[in-house]
Write a protein that binds this ligand. Sequence first.
Ligand code: NAD
Ligand code: GLY
Length: 360
Amino acid sequence: MRTLNVALGDRGYPIHIGRGLLGDPSLILPFLRTPRVAIVTNDVVGPLYLDRLQAGLRDLGVQVHAVTLPDGEAHKDWPTLNLIFDMLLAERCERSTTLLALGGGVVGDMTGFAAATYQRGVPFIQIPTTLLSQVDSSVGGKTAINHPLGKNMIGAFYQPKLVLADTGTLDTLPARELAAGLAEVIKYGLIRDPVFFEWLESNIERLVAREPEALAFAIERSCANKAEVVAADETEQGERALLNLGHTFGHAIETGMGYGAWLHGEAVAAGTMMAAELSCRLGWIGTDDVARIEALHRRAGLPVHGPRLGAARYLELMAHDKKVEAGRLRLILLRGIGRAVIHADATHTAIAAAIEARCA
Ligand code: NAD
Ligand code: GLY
């Protein structure tokens, strides 16, 4: 097992990464305020891993409650969130009960938001089971649900007490979901870690083939990057916005196509290509850089073009982005591979041209 730390003072926490960690609930025990937990999972992950987690905790004398949500991005909404509160209230869970998020980013984001708001805040632990959630969403305390008009529009910053990433759970992950996670892995290389980008260029097929050593390295390196950024800028006053490379375009794809039609990572991949295209048109990166970024995404099995929604529709959807300030769109663009910047001065004409060039 490898352990990293998110350095946020009294809100800091460890990230444990390793194979088989789900079978060792004694890792969870020190982080419980009382021996009582409420596990939130979904109807895909629950049948695979809930029994193992529940049994291990009960063996250690922990009282366990559980709720199983319907699977999918389309259910990252108020009615589904309420199922968590229904269970917590029906079981008379107290402020000291710890919520455990067992699943991918959807379960993690929803459980975190429930934890932030149930009785004005209860502790929670992330147990991510997708590559995307192990490298990104379980770390950093962004929690949210979607609104029909915009992705992740209702939420809170609320840090977990522990992240427990069992890389063995990736064995059952569908290939398309693994690829979606690789989009966020590539993102770290692009925004701040050019050495990691080069490592990915040499090793992407090993990740697609789920070689344990390669996966462990990529997860740890991704989490290390994320932990550094979050420690420096927890509530996204500056640098943390760079983690949103490709996301403003990508969120428009997810909302515009209907939640769940495009996976989050797929939308981020196409959005990253749009950001690269715009950076190139501004003269900040070369066509050779764009070609490198495109080749890596393709080899990871990711889309390199967005759907043809029309540039006007993209811009309309992008106007809901959380990075909009005084009505101005702030985009994350590239000054080089490994060097992302926040840019607020791109004209709508330039953005629209980059979008059109990257739609198919
Ligand atoms: P997801 O949670 O929908 O999981 C993907 C699919 O894989 C689901 O069908 C899920 O049930 C299934 N699954 C999960 N673990 C599995 C396993 N081990 N074996 C087999 N199937 C498994 O999607 P995701 O890609 O994990 O997360 C995407 C979500 O994360 C989006 O809602 C996105 O907005 C959010 N996100 C949040 C942050 C953040 O900082 N909070 C960062 C990035 C993404
Ligand atoms: N996924 C973007 C962030 O955590 O800030």
